[in-house]
Design a protein around this ligand. Sequence first.
Ligand code: HXC
Ligand code: NAP
Length: 261
Amino acid sequence: MTTFRENLLAGKTAFVAGGTSGINLGIAKRFAELGAKVAVAGRDPDKAARAAAEIGAIGLSADVRDYAAIRGAMEQVADQLGPMDIVISGAAGNFLAPALGMSANAFRTVVDIDLNGTFNVFRGCHDLLNRPGASLIAITAGQAVNASALQAHACAAKAGINQLIRVLALEWGPEVRVNGISPGPIADTEGMKRLAPDAATRQSHFDRIAMKRWGKIEEVAESAVFLCSPAAGYITGTILDCDGGSQVGDASRGDLAKGMA
Ligand code: HXC
Ligand code: NAP
């Protein structure tokens, strides 16, 4: 995919928390292709090293639930690559479980990774940013807005992230822009392996989405490039849905309309 001009991000430093696999690794890879100096972080050091080698980045091990650890990782990035222009908060945990099948620790664990982790990453990076002009992006989900059974922990955490984005946009503008990306179901990801493990669930997703397919990691990456590029210079405090129309409504009714036209 070559939708943005080469070297768009030359001279920029980007840090991707949770960037060692899936969607976030795809974002980090695209940043590197466009000339940015990139660092990725996850909990597993071997996975971080492999991901970093794959895309020509620095790989770090840090748990976003541990403020000192993630702050230390970002200090290392700023030392080695220079003040950060772009920070992505994308670490997340998820599993399907009814609220009554979740211990307090199970609920807390997901909120801690997704929501508290995003606070830790953004709070911890602020004085390491290249200001003015820095761009922060949190990876959220449609479940922040539309409730989903078996997802009490993730729905609550992502809803919190959406509001955190808006507060930080107010507090940190005009020097720093803070936005979110809300991916729909994205193919070949750990998330969809966990949330749509069987063919029937996958088909029901396709039927309800205007675009009639799952998204590609590369499509979410292009949204991230847009949001941190000068083209989005007047955009802050917003959530960009990159979801094939998932949030718009139920597209199976659209099929009915086609039949009646
Ligand atoms: C019920 C469960 C459970 C399950 C774990 N727990 N899996 N409870 N059903 N299927 C409980 C455990 O029993 C424990 O509670 C608590 O959760 C913490 O579990 P640990 O294994 O100790 O936690 P940890 O090692 O920190 O691992 C976190 C994790 C794990 C979230 C549980 O799955 C993980 O590391 N995931 C990261 C990768 C990932 O999930 N990627 C997909 C993101 S997709 P007790 O009480 O027993 O101590 C995504 C899609 C977004 O986010 C779209 C929707 C918003
Ligand atoms: P993924 O491959 O499981 O990626 C999760 C990343 O976060 C990995 O790099 C993981 O590495 C890291 N991570 C997990 N817990 C961490 C912690 N406590 N501290 C630091 N790093 C941690 O997931 P994905 O499916 O691509 O999802 C990526 C993002 O998109 C998430 O924010 C998710 O909520 C969002 N999203 C995904 C979909 C989808 O269709 N997949 C839809 C909507 C939203 P380690 O395991 O080594 O820590």
